[in-house]
Write a protein that binds this ligand. Sequence first.
Ligand SMILES: Cc1cc2nc3c(=O)[nH]c(=O)nc-3n(C[C@H](O)[C@H](O)[C@H](O)COP(=O)(O)OP(=O)(O)OC[C@H]3O[C@@H](n4cnc5c(N)ncnc54)[C@H](O)[C@@H]3O)c2cc1C
Length: 385
Amino acid sequence: MNFDWTKDEAELIKRVAGLWDEAALADLAALETAALETGDGSDLAALTRKQIGRLAEAGAFAVAVGPSAKAETLRWMALMENVAQASGSLLLAAESSVRLFGGLLAGWGGGPLANLLGQVVSGEAIGALALSEPGGNQPQTGGRTQGRKEGDGYRVTGTKGFVANGPMADMIAVSGQVEGKTAFFLVQPGQEGVKIGPRMATLGYNGLAVSTLDLDHAFVPADRVIGPLADDEAVRFLHTVQDLILVAASLGVMIRTHNEANAYSRTYHRGAKPIYSHQEVRFKLADTFTLMQTSQLLAYRAAWFQATGEKEAPVLIHAAKVFTAEAAEKVSSLAMQILAGRGYVMGNPVERGYREAKFAALAGTTSEVARMSIAEDVLRRFPVA
Ligand SMILES: Cc1cc2nc3c(=O)[nH]c(=O)nc-3n(C[C@H](O)[C@H](O)[C@H](O)COP(=O)(O)OP(=O)(O)OC[C@H]3O[C@@H](n4cnc5c(N)ncnc54)[C@H](O)[C@@H]3O)c2cc1C
């Protein structure tokens, strides 16, 4: 791994880091408890749109959108790490809209969908991607959602269990099958046959709006359909993007919880001493720091491999996802141990990080599936003579 930020990259990263002033941090804190609709600008959709708009204005979405922008993966990782540190919920909402929904349009959309891509990248519109499905043989490819040709479009039927941004998206790209080939159907809230479920209550990332999605013979005109595609390259691309987003989300959890524990150990006293003077507390800080740094190294190495088109990029991304997800669980747990009772109280950054940490291991490519793919790659690539 060998890279330097160019002047433009360094400026972009600094600009995004500079977004998190006191007012923005207050908005991000409000996201975690906001209701979906209040209508007075304090609702989740308004707060999310405002911060996505600020990210767009700062240029955060001018890079790494779509498969042809793979070379920009490193600076994308740096931007994501920065947003994840401020708010994991905002990271997931923004990335679902821009790099997942927008990335799909950038790579495979074309024609009349170019306008929509422009709106998403500028933060005017919010997108969502409904890819994974429960229960199928291939849960990640939308195998059970089916599109049937009808006139100048498709009738689509299927169910998606989880859609991030679902309750607030202007447009949702839904993966499905047309005669055995993958296609993506772009549907809108309010459209006949499209039912977006109520917002789910989740363990963590409470500032992210997630819902189910049911399509019941929904008619999708051909100019809102991507595909049927000749291969599964789009699906592979989207899985890679999902996994990189989750790597960054884990980094964010570690940075926040480690920093909080570090600060607390200096300011909180037991007896006459700050608790950092106890070796047991120091060892925990050493462990959280080491895991955080190792995770950052692996995340940037995976991003570097992806950016430079190394053959090992997919296996390294899986390795980074498995490691950073598990490291985030460990770091947030150790951080809570340092804060003890204070860390257990709702609203504390450590408590929030602890709840958020679990998500990365079970979302996207789950740790089990990623481990199987890593092992397969190791066995294939390094045969013993
Ligand atoms: C809050 C939230 C938001 C989400 N947002 C989105 C979104 O916006 N878009 C989207 O497409 N998806 C989204 N998801 C779905 C998420 O990506 C999936 O949860 C994830 O892909 C896992 O799928 P699953 O829950 O159906 O579990 P399953 O894939 O059914 O897995 C269940 C268990 O079986 C194991 N398992 C499965 N297959 C194998 C195998 N072959 N070998 C060994 N073990 C196996 C898994 O590792 C896991 O432990 C979201 C999920 C949540 C919770």
